[in-house]
Design a protein around this ligand. Structure first.
Ligand SMILES: [Mn+2]
Length: 358
């Protein structure tokens, strides 16, 4: 394929291809906005600290053209840029999965699903545009040697250390839920032991599993002193649980489905208080009707609506890090799960913006 002299007329085997009208605008935008990765796939922004981040009106005329970054934000890696508040990173890792693998495709599934969310200027029910309040970049994906768990952990911890040392807040897209352990280590190095706000069908405190196992992280994290158990809470649990021995507060799935949202939110606030907290959402907290695309689905979970309200209910808490894990698009239908993951991640951004405004 070659590109015509005007830059607007690609040809395939010398046969002109007729492009829709928006591609004309697309070409003009390359001239007028060289920072827009949706309209310019050739610009390397990686380490240019002189650029200013684009504002909230920065978008492609087509939702589905150009590179698929998170919410169409710039792919960008200069952490010294003071305009950057939030760093979104993908972690395409699923070697710790005990059920169906495939969460390595979660970041790209979530990014693609955000295109259906990026047209709304002021997200309902908020009355502002989050990108007016926060500088958000898509760092891209963390790179590691495939099949090497040890190198993966080193790579993710090192990446998180760099982001946190630059005083940026992380929003990380998994990957299987094991990714949260290296993230907690890096966050604890900066913030000390934290509260954990954990949405999941599973407690992930298995002491018998392997060390690189997505069912063991919150046992290991406790052993390593990364979390304050009495300040931590798990919501949506509906698999093995021994309440007598359990280290964390729990609102199980039956309770989470029966209690009013305001009551659940109040309980979370009562447990966490002012403590610095890490927020992690395993998409299998949702019922398989709302999130079929995941490795270990369990019936009897939350609705997407309830989960979104519960994220909004964390308003005012001191949340220092966030992730969404276990989206596995290969098992999805009509992108339901990717859209749920993308929406919850966006709700987390709005929560951050709201908390910084108040
Ligand atoms: Mn789970």
């Amino acid at each position: 394929m070659s590109i015509g002299s005007a830059g607007l007329t690609p040809t395939v085997q010398s046969r002109p291809v007729r492009l829709p009208l928006y591609h004309l605008t697309y070409g003009l935008l390359i001239e007028s906005n060289p920072l827009n990765p949706k309209t310019n796939n050739n610009t390397d922004l990686s380490n240019d600290s002189s650029i200013r981040l684009p504002g909230p009106d920065w978008a492609s005329p087509s939702l589905y053209s150009g590179m698929q970054s998170f919410m169409g934000r710039p792919y960008y890696r200069d952490l010294s840029n003071p305009d950057v508040d939030i760093v979104v990173s993908g972690v395409p890792y699923d070697l710790a999965t005990t059920g169906r693998s495939g969460a390595r495709f979660g970041p790209q599934g979530i990014r693609a699903a955000t295109y259906n969310l990026s047209w709304e200027e002021e997200r309902w029910p908020y009355n502002f545009n989050v990108f007016e309040k926060l500088g958000v970049i898509d760092w891209g994906d963390v790179e590691f040697t495939p099949g090497d768990c040890v190198h993966f952990v080193e790579a993710l911890e090192s990446h998180a250390d760099k982001v946190l040392e630059a005083d940026k807040t992380m929003l990380t897209l998994g990957g299987d839920h094991y990714i949260t352990l290296p993230l907690l280590r890096a966050h604890a190095r900066k913030f000390g032991p934290m509260a954990l706000i954990h949405f999941d069908a599973h407690t992930d405190i298995d002491e018998q599993g392997g060390f690189y196992d997505h069912g063991t992280m919150f046992h290991t994290a406790l052993e390593e002193g990364l979390l304050i158990p009495e300040k931590s809470i798990q919501i949506g649990i509906r698999t093995w649980l021994d309440r007598a021995e359990h280290p964390y507060h729990v609102i199980d799935a039956a309770e989470a489905n029966d209690m009013p949202v305001a009551e659940i939110s109040q309980k979370i606030r009562d447990v966490v208080g002012e403590t610095q907290a890490y927020l992690t959402f395993d998409i299998d907290c949702l019922d398989p009707a709302y999130a079929p695309g995941t490795g270990t689905p369990v019936c009897g979970g939350l609705t997407t609506d309830r989960a979104m309200k519960l994220i909004r209910g964390l308003k005012g808490l001191n949340i220092v890090g966030m992730d969404v894990a276990e989206v596995a698009p290969a098992y999805d239908h009509a992108d339901i799960t990717s859209l749920a993951g993308a929406t919850l991640a966006l709700e987390m951004l709005y929560l951050q913006a709201n908390n910084r405004m108040s």
